[in-house]
Design a protein around this ligand. Structure first.
Ligand code: AHM
Ligand code: MG
Length: 336
């Protein structure tokens, strides 16, 4: 190990980035710092998830006499809380909440960003000790600074994102975030409780060998998607294959792996659910932004995810996302 290598923390990194923008206010750094703080708190609880029988089930009172919250509710409270009390965020929308929340205190109305998040994605994996994650997306508000934010601030197409990121609570805990300038990954060093730059300037390999899709739904996908899946199964060495199928069922982990190693992730529409399962605003848009900045692509099968004009906070969309060349091959099949 090279002990002389400079270890950069998330705060150092974001502050250094600011130096290139003399007029920057530091609000985005502040917001990212708050997200990092909430993620550390959530991480502590995720690490204890297996002790739920000892520490008490959600909704019960634990041995210390404290009310035990479901982890996804806890995560939602943490992210909402840090953003509400910070100085950079004027309002949030979350998978956990039916409607957006406008922060109406005197400081928050002067903030320029709104944030959307899925506080704990893949929550069906909590009980079985499989990686889960948080996904977030940051926009500049479109309403006037000094007023309370409205729905219009949240219903912006993904191409307006200022930053987006995710946290994987996995074998180690990582925070990855993108701005238009690049994608960078920070691993939590538990010995000092700091996010440490471990994956600078992430680029998604143009070609990959991994395809990720729920095969259980195969016969519910349309013919074009089924054809492409068959192509993935039949790749030979001369053809860039063979491909490997990997599907955890936690989007954050599945897309994170494919972003680093090269691959494609699909959650197509099904006959039962033509719009699929995933949510445009706080699941698909942030990943589409990260993937595009890293050199990959993301579509809903017809158009670029980032160009979709949202009409509802919780709208769903089919998603195809991953390495550039794999996506281009997929698109030839989706075109029919
Ligand atoms: P959630 O937000 O309720 O946790 O659901 C989203 C998750 C994604 O992380 C994952 O890609 C997908 O659901 C898996 O769904 P399925 O089990 O239908 O394949
Ligand atoms: Mg989710």
């Amino acid at each position: 190990m090279n002990v002389n290598r400079k270890v950069q923390t998330l705060d150092e990194f974001t502050i250094q980035q600011l130096r290139d923008f003399p007029n920057a206010t530091g609000e985005l750094s502040h917001l990212l710092r708050n997200i990092g703080l909430a993620a550390k708190r959530v991480n502590v609880e995720v690490l204890k998830a297996g002790l739920v029988d000892i520490l008490g089930d959600a909704g019960t009172i634990n041995v210390q006499g404290e009310e035990v919250k479901k982890l996804d509710v806890y995560a939602n409270d943490q992210f909402t809380g840090v953003l509400r009390h910070g100085i950079a965020c004027a309002g949030i929308a979350s998978e956990e909440l039916d409607d957006f929340v406008a922060f109406d205190d005197a400081k928050s109305v002067k903030s320029k960003y709104v944030c959307m998040f899925d506080p704990l994605d893949g929550s069906s994996n909590i009980d079985v000790n499989v990686s889960i994650g948080t996904i977030f997306s940051v926009y500049r508000r479109v309403t006037e600074i000094g007023t309370v934010v409205t729905k219009e601030d949240f219903l912006q197409p993904g191409n307006q994102q200022v930053a987006a990121g995710y946290v994987v609570y996995g074998s180690s805990t990582m925070l990855v975030y993108a701005t238009r300038r690049g994608v960078n990954g920070f691993t939590l060093d538990p010995s000092i409780g700091e996010w440490t730059l471990s994956h600078p300037e992430i680029k998604c390999p143009e070609k990959g060998k991994i395809y990720s899709v729920n095969h259980g739904n195969f016969f519910q996908y349309n013919e074009n998607v089924r054809k492409y899946i068959n192509i993935c199964q039949n790749k030979t060495k001369g053809d860039g294959g063979p491909y490997t199928q990997r599907y955890i069922g936690s989007m954050v982990s599945d897309v994170h792996r494919n972003l680093i190693k090269g691959g494609i992730f699909m959650y197509p529409g099904t006959t039962d659910k033509p719009k699929g399962k995933l949510r445009l605003l706080y699941e698909c848009n942030p990943f589409a932004f990260i993937m595009e900045v890293a050199g990959g692509k993301a579509t809903n099968g017809r158009e670029r995810i980032l160009d979709v004009q949202p009409t509802e906070l919780h709208q769903r969309t089919p998603l195809f996302i991953g390495s550039k060349l794999m996506m281009e091959e997929l698109e030839t099949y989706l075109a029919g």
